[in-house]
Each structure stands twice: as C-alpha cells, then as structure tokens.
Design a protein around this ligand. Sequence first.
Ligand SMILES: C[S@@+](CC[C@H](N)C(=O)[O-])C[C@H]1O[C@@H](n2cnc3c(N)ncnc32)[C@H](O)[C@@H]1O
Length: 210
Amino acid sequence: MKLIQTEDGSYTAFNKQYQEKYHSISGAIEEAFEKHVNALKLKDGMKILDFCFGLGYNSIAATKDHQDLKVIGLENDKKILELMKTIKIPKMLEYEYNNFRNLAENLKIQDAQNNIIKILIGNALEKIDKLPNNYFDRVFFDPFSPKKQPEMWTEHIFQKVFNKMKPKAKLSTYSCAKQIRKNMISVGFKVIDGPIVGRKSPATIAIKRS
Ligand SMILES: C[S@@+](CC[C@H](N)C(=O)[O-])C[C@H]1O[C@@H](n2cnc3c(N)ncnc32)[C@H](O)[C@@H]1O
C-alpha cells in the first residue's frame, strides 16, 4: 500500500480501489485530534465506536491522556491493520500508538491506563447489528467519502448508528455535505458545525437528541 507523508509529519495511506487517501493531506494525526477527539470532548470511561478504524489514528489519539475508554473499531481490511505494525508515527503519539500496533494479531488490546481497543473484522454495515443499543457515548464516523462510498452515508446506516448511541451521545465526521447532514437529521440527530481543519469547510458533529 502506498504511504504519503502529510503536513504534520504523520503518514496516510492511499487506497487503490477507492482512489482516495485515508486522511487529509494537511495532517492525518492533526485530523484525528481536531476533527474527532477534541471536537467530541471525551471523558475517561467513555464507550466509543470507531466506524472505519483504518490505521486507528482516531481511537489511539483518544487514548492519549485518557483512561478506562472502551473502543470498538469496525474494519474490513486486514492489510491496513497489518500496516500498523510498521508505520512511522510522530513523537507526539508514538507511545500510545506502540501500545496498539499489534491489533492485527491480537484483536483486543488493553493499555496500562485500562483503555481497551477491540476490533471487529468484517463489513461495518453488517457488524454494527451485533453491537448493543443505547451503548456508545461517542462515534468516530470515518468511511471513505460519500462520492466514493455512498452506501456508508445513507439514512439507513445513520439510523443504525443512532440506535447504538446513548441519548446525548455525539458523532464526529469530516464531511459537511448537505445530503449527508439531511440524512443525519432525518433519523433524529441534531447537527452542528465541527471545526474547520485543513480545508475551507467545517466538519460535522451529530448529537443524539435525548
Ligand atoms: C478513510 S479510511 C479511515 C481512516 C481511519 N479512521 C484512520 O484513522 O486511519 C476508511 C476505512 O474504512 C474501511 N472500510 C471501507 N469500507 C468498509 C466496510 N464496508 N466495512 C468496514 N470497513 C470499511 C477501509 O478499509 C478504511 O480502512
């Protein structure tokens, strides 16, 4: 798989099937912190769904300065998990990343701060049905773009994700496309602008109304 260095020094991958990068070129790890972890104001002990785990930057960034997190990551490509073993990580996330480099082999890993990341391998569109309802406090929603992967951004899928979230739980995603926000709103989410990072338009935060 082709790796590309982004502007914060971290690496992203390029997916040949979808002809798309996994992260913004302005900074893969910056994106994890700014669009997801910091935007969702995590607290220790939260339960997190990482919908499209990839290289795990969002979930692993979440473990920095937090404890007792329970993360479930959905991912269908074992090759991207294998890449975690060797990919070079900037100093600011290296310690945390090293804790979880072996997820391809041990699909569940616990760090010294009692943060647990567990991966379910397979199609996220189906695996999500195996998860408990009203369970997650936060969701990192990070498939390839709506243009390349429209099936991931439908009302049907947002309804499933919504059902898995607790009342007042929050979801972060990079897309602010009108139709995507419309789909979120139609299943009951309140939608607000997320941070503007690496491009002109904002990310999106969706909140489950209580
Ligand atoms: C944009 S990348 C996610 C980047 C990731 N959050 C990270 O920090 O590296 C999208 C990921 O979704 C995965 N994916 C695509 N379709 C999927 C599906 N139907 N089920 C599970 N994973 C899928 C891809 O293999 C890829 O790793």
